[in-house]
Design a binder for this molecule. Structure first.
Ligand code: GDP
Ligand code: GDP
Length: 433
């Protein structure tokens, strides 16, 4: 399972700077569930030997630690779910009473945290770190997040032992479908519906449940694993309370899947959180199918309106199929499997060098790359650099000078030529000054 790294510390010590270093997501995930504070950021990344989920707890001021020593709920929650806690202090400011209160709180919670002294640029790191020893958190780790100094070796050390195990090839080959969405969107209802279909054979997977529920099933002879983030333990039992909703659980499920089914509530419309879940799944390179649930009982006008809104705000997802379903009544659920299968097939398809090179050549004939300093940028050949998501590696000259617009052109060209649906495609350029 993916380790969760939480960054804690008072405001302004550099937590979000480090967060940005550690995550490859373009946008941090925002949470807009009532009762869940907005100022926490989630991301995924891989700096060092293992991928992880990283949480920026958003800054604890002295006021969050009340008279009874209770920390803000959400921070507490993040710390409970974290495998690695980075406790960040500011080397330039030196030790403050808020740092001390925080360290005390971690001790009361029985949490082991690694002491990170940031902003050690411009002074002797060891001297700066020395005064923090009295926090009782052991040896300090000096970094300068803004210059990315010390970050890599910090993560090398932190993630030791979290290297992903060799995958079982059979497990790797099965389609793992994560079903995600906000609380009450209908995840449990849908999972029950999918597992309850006539043509589905369900295998319980005891012992493999940490937080999400993994259920193996077979549909028309094809094996699938459903990753149920709502955690329906028994068929028919529907439970998920707001308090139990865990963003980290959702992110882990996405990371563990090949295809993500993002459920959107047709009655509520698209929320910021739906957008960030989609963005997260996309950044993680996962294939995506979208389903707008609770389509039953909506008037014709309402349907037109929500469709228009989705079209407008989900333009960036135009490669993924969208279904309008009723998990409750089952309508639209059957055909959704076709999109799931298609997205998986596209995401994992073998792409030969000759095919990719032929498409590249055609793309260049149709629309030449621009000139740079009087010379035409040359694109020579393309080959596959990985699957799920498909990575297309293109070799040429001066490829670093290719404008973004041309990269987008190539991406679209490959998508169309390969008839790829449901999966992001990554283009990587090699070669040239
Ligand atoms: P947060 O409130 O803990 O998330 O802190 P930020 O990441 O927003 O950083 C607060 C300020 O410290 C910003 O102006 C950063 O540019 C600055 N900062 C962060 N890391 C470093 C560092 O390594 N060295 C220096 N000199 N400044 C830093
Ligand atoms: P979860 O929190 O995402 O697992 O959501 P649930 O599956 O528990 O559903 C939340 C509520 O929405 C329940 O009362 C369901 O009966 C209801 N619900 C789920 N799917 C549909 C649907 O397609 N149509 C309607 N009208 N209600 C639904």
């Amino acid at each position: 399972m993916l380790p969760v790294v939480a960054i804690v510390g008072r405001p302004n010590v550099g937590k979000s700077t480090l967060f940005n270093r550690l995550t490859r997501s373009r946008d941090a995930l925002v949470v807009d569930i009532p009762g869940v504070t907005r100022d926490r950021q989630y991301g995924e990344g891989k700096v060092g030997p293992a991928p992880y989920i990283v949480v920026d707890t958003g800054g604890i001021t002295g006021n969050d630690i009340g008279v009874d020593g209770a920390m803000a709920d959400q921070v507490q929650c993040a710390l409970d779910e974290a495998d690695i806690i980075l406790f960040m202090v500011d080397g330039r400011d030196g030790l403050t009473s808020v740092d001390q209160a925080l360290a005390r709180q971690l001790r009361i919670m029985g949490k082991t945290a690694k002491l990170i002294v940031n902003k050690t640029d411009g002074a002797d790191p060891d001297v700066q770190a020395a005064e923090f020893y009295e926090l009782g958190l052991g040896e300090a780790y000096p970094i300068a997040a803004v210059h990315n100094r010390g970050v890599r070796s910090l993560m090398d050390e932190m993630l030791e032992g979290y290297e992903p195990p060799e995958e079982d090839p059979e497990w790797e080959r099965t389609l793992k479908l994560a079903i995600v969405g906000r609380p009450n969107v209908g995840k449990s209802t849908l999972v029950n519906r999918m597992l309850g279909e006539d043509r589905v054979v369900v295998f319980d997977m005891p012992g493999t449940t940490t937080d999400s529920i993994y259920t193996k099933m077979e549909r028309d002879g094809t094996p699938y694993t459903i990753i149920d983030t709502a955690g329906v333990r028994k068929r028919g039992k529907v439970t998920e309370t707001l308090e139990k909703f865990s963003v980290i659980k959702t992110l882990k499920a996405i990371e563990d899947s090949n295809v993500v089914l993002v459920l959107i509530d047709g009655r509520q419309g698209l929320s910021d959180q739906d957008l960030s879940l989609l963005g997260f799944a996309m950044d993680a390179g996962k294939a995506i199918v979208m389903a707008v649930n609770k389509w039953d009982g909506l008037s014709g006008d309402e349907r037109v309106e929500i469709k228009r809104e989705l079209e407008r705000r989900l333009e960036f997802m135009d490669y993924a199929d969208m279904h309008f379903i009723s998990a409750l009544h089952g309508s639209g659920v059957g055909v959704m499997w076709e999109s799931i299968d298609a997205a998986y097939e596209c995401a994992t398809r073998e792409l030969s060098t000759s095919l990719l090179t032929r498409i590249l050549e055609q793309a260049v004939v149709d629309h030449q790359p621009p000139m740079v300093y009087g010379r035409r940028i040359k694109l020579r050949y393309a080959h596959s650099g990985g699957r799920n998501p498909p990575i297309i590696v293109i070799h040429g000259n001066q490829t670093a000078s290719l404008p973004k617009s041309y990269l987008r052109y190539l991406q679209n060209y490959f998508r169309k030529s390969l008839e790829m649906v449901g999966t992001p495609i990554r283009i990587e350029m090699r070669g040239g000054e």
